[in-house]
Design a protein around this ligand. Structure first.
Ligand code: DQA
Length: 146
């Protein structure tokens, strides 16, 4: 069983990027916490961050070939702009949970709409780095059922 965690642009800067909005936890911290939790459940968790839309699309297309069972995705800025990334997820038809560290609904109005939410199994926002762990816990429960 394999779960792919995708991080969009600027999330490589987590820890130092607007810490009042995104917290002080780094992407490496998030990955190691998710990895430890998944391992304990006998599941492989793979993380991929890119600042490039096409690379994220290529990673999603590859996920279908690699038989990835579940995706956890924070599309970051692409949440509000990318039809192409949305289309890639629809094409591979792998269930996904959308995560945002910040509460996008409490911020600028251009962040209120996400191209990913209506097709997501669920959306978590505003819980900071914990949101990824909540998404992982949910995915593990779903995968155990199937
Ligand atoms: C974000 C919210 C987006 O609006 C923003 O562009 C990001 C991060 C979040 O995790 O809160 O880069 O997805």
């Amino acid at each position: 069983t394999r779960i792919l965690v995708l991080h969009g642009p600027n999330l490589n800067l987590l820890g130092t990027r607007e810490p009042d909005v995104y917290g002080r936890t780094t992407l490496a911290d998030i990955h190691s916490a998710m990895d430890a939790r998944a391992r304990a459940a006998g599941v492989i968790v793979e993380s991929f961050q890119s600042n490039h839309e096409g690379q994220l699309i290529d990673r999603i297309q590859a996920a279908a070939v690699e038989a990835i069972d579940y995706i956890i995705i924070n599309p970051a800025g692409y949440s509000h702009t990318s039809v192409a990334l949305r289309d890639a997820l629809a094409a591979v038809a792998i269930p996904y949970v959308e995560v945002h560290l910040s509460n996008i609904h409490a911020r600028e109005s251009f962040r209120h709409h996400s191209y990913f939410s209506d097709r997501a199994i669920g959306v978590i926002c505003g819980l900071g780095a914990y949101g990824y762990m909540a998404a992982l816990e949910f995915a593990l429960t779903q995968l155990r059922k199937s």
